[in-house]
Design a protein around this ligand. Structure first.
Ligand code: ZN
Length: 508
């Protein structure tokens, strides 16, 4: 028996080394990707594509190395899978799960999908520019069909949509997500109506004054550092489509775009990405590259970004601290303003066709629409050709307006043409988790709002570090949030939080 344990421990160490080496290669891939979107000169694109493809092939070979597969199968049947530490057990279970998923995909399918997604994104850019659905439809038809094939191969016991969601939100199932989303929609549709029909409308002109970019840069860096983003282990750069990417245990890259006539673009963009960055910087360094040191899911990741962006950044207490800083940074622009006016300006609800421009209240309606439509297509209940009409009908039912053309409707997002199907629900799950986590943090530490007003965020961040970040991927999102909050996952706290903040701003 002691021999069996010693053998298993040796084999576990080898499996971890292998996974760490894969993570190291993937981190180089991430660094190249970051560079491509922030620094790379335009003419370097061709060679960069070759570099990226070469690395992707290396990473894929590591991820499907049969030696690692055999090792993981033996470990799963050995003593450590039952009697190892919780981290060891989770590592064996999850490395095996990930490996088996990859190994079940035929190489032909992986290649065809990669090609279809590159071509699909190019077709999408042209189709969107021309507002022409027919230019994209054949590509989307092919991508949905390949993704159905992927779903059936990788997790054959699951419904196709559940299998696809597993790539982004492990353990999530359509039936339970749809139930929570259904109740959320029932609460949000009437809330949006009340805001739109309200006599009182928050005036957001204050946000549309002169905010010189160089001053914004210093200001948002100060805010990001203050909430806890460690600039010794990360940096902020400029890009067109902001993201957060990790290139190593001490190297977290956040990005933003700037609008000198609209402060929220960079301020909330940076608070959002810094929220992602705080999660990455809070993961366990001793397990870097292994499941206990990885994020639990995209939904949990988004809960961290949304919590800092919306539940901190749009809170009145936050502006008690932040407004004097803002006025010191932009003295002429904000000479006649105050914290109350600033806070109220941030709470304007304005239904619009474009998801990425949506306010906090209508945003989830955009997501739930995409979730229902993509699931119907994957399950064969809706034909790809019927997507534009289904989109517009649902949009009109939820928002009371009809998109004037497909560029403002079904063609607006890159996700489907990039093969990201089953990804959209993680945005709204993140919002739901964020409100539930914030409620629990406030119940546990009632002093948090007062600290926020004084520009102190360490109690809140400390609670998130312990309850969320340190857990890594050892729990799936729903058990993680349930354990952290002592409550089953529910849309209730998100609805409460939206009503509490947006009602008074609209006079109800
Ligand atoms: Zn995000």
């Amino acid at each position: 028996m002691a021999d069996a344990v010693a053998t298993a421990e040796k084999s576990f160490a080898a499996a971890c080394d292998h996974a760490r080496r894969t993570a190291l290669l993937a981190s180089v891939e991430a660094l190249l990707g970051w560079d491509e979107r922030t620094m790379m000169p335009a003419a370097a694109g061709g060679y960069r594509a070759d570099q990226a493809a070469a690395l992707a092939a290396l990473v894929h070979r590591e991820r499907t190395d049969p030696v690692q597969g055999e090792r993981l199968a033996a470990l799963a049947a050995g003593p450590l899978a039952q009697a190892g530490s919780p981290e060891t057990q989770a590592t064996i279970r999850l490395l095996r799960h990930d490996f088996a998923k990859q190994a079940r995909l035929p190489a032909r399918l992986v290649e065809e999908l990669a090609r279809a997604c590159v071509e699909g994104q190019q077709a999408w850019a042209r189709a969107r520019a021309d507002a022409s659905w027919s230019m994209l439809e054949p590509w989307l038809r092919r991508i949905f069909s390949l993704k159905r094939e992927q779903a059936a191969c990788q997790l054959p016991d699951l419904d196709p949509y559940d299998s696809l969601m597993d790539d982004y939100e492990p353990g999530a199932r359509w039936a339970s997500v749809a139930e929570v989303f259904g109740r959320l929609r029932e609460g949000i549709v009437p809330l949006v109506r009340r805001c739109v029909e309200a006599r009182k409308r928050p005036d957001d002109a204050l946000l549309r004054r002169d905010y010189p970019v160089e001053v914004q840069r210093r200001f948002v860096q100060e805010v990001a550092a203050r909430i806890g983003f460690d600039f010794e282990r990360g940096r902020l750069d400029t890009t067109d489509h902001p993201f957060c990417s990790t290139a190593g245990p001490d190297d977290c890259r956040i990005t933003t775009r700037w609008d000198e006539r609209f402060l929220p673009t960079a301020l909330f963009g940076v608070m959002h990405e810094a929220g992602h960055g705080l999660y990455e910087q809070g993961l366990r360094r001793d397990w870097y590259g292994l499941p206990p040191g990885e994020a639990a899911s995209l939904g949990v990741h988004e809960s961290q970004s949304r919590l800092w962006e919306n539940l901190v950044g749009r809170a009145r207490d936050f502006w008690t601290w932040c407004f004097p800083r803002a006025r010191a940074a932009f003295p002429a622009t904000l000479a006649d303003a105050n914290a109350d006016a600033m806070h109220e300006a941030l709470l304007r609800v304005r239904p619009s066709c474009i998801r990425v421009e949506a306010d906090e209240v209508t945003y989830n309606l955009h997501i739930m629409l995409r979730f229902d439509l993509e699931r119907a297509v994957v399950q064969g209940e809706l034909d790809v050709g019927d997507l534009p009409a289904a989109w517009n009908d649902r949009f009109e039912a939820d928002f009371g307006i009809r998109p004037p053309n497909d560029a403002q409707g079904v063609l607006q997002d890159i996700h489907w043409s990039a093969g990201l199907i089953g990804y959209f629900p993680t945005y709204t799950l993140g919002n739901i988790f964020s409100a539930q986590l914030m409620r629990a943090a406030l119940d546990r530490h009632p002093g948090i709002p007062g600290e926020m007003a004084a520009g102190r965020f360490d109690t809140l961040l400390g609670w998130l570090r312990t309850e969320v970040h340190a857990v890594g991927r050892t729990l799936e999102s729903v058990p993680l949030v349930t354990r952290a909050t002592g409550q089953t996952v529910s849309e209730r706290w998100l609805l409460e939080s939206l009503e509490e903040r947006y009602g008074p701003a609209h006079g109800f």
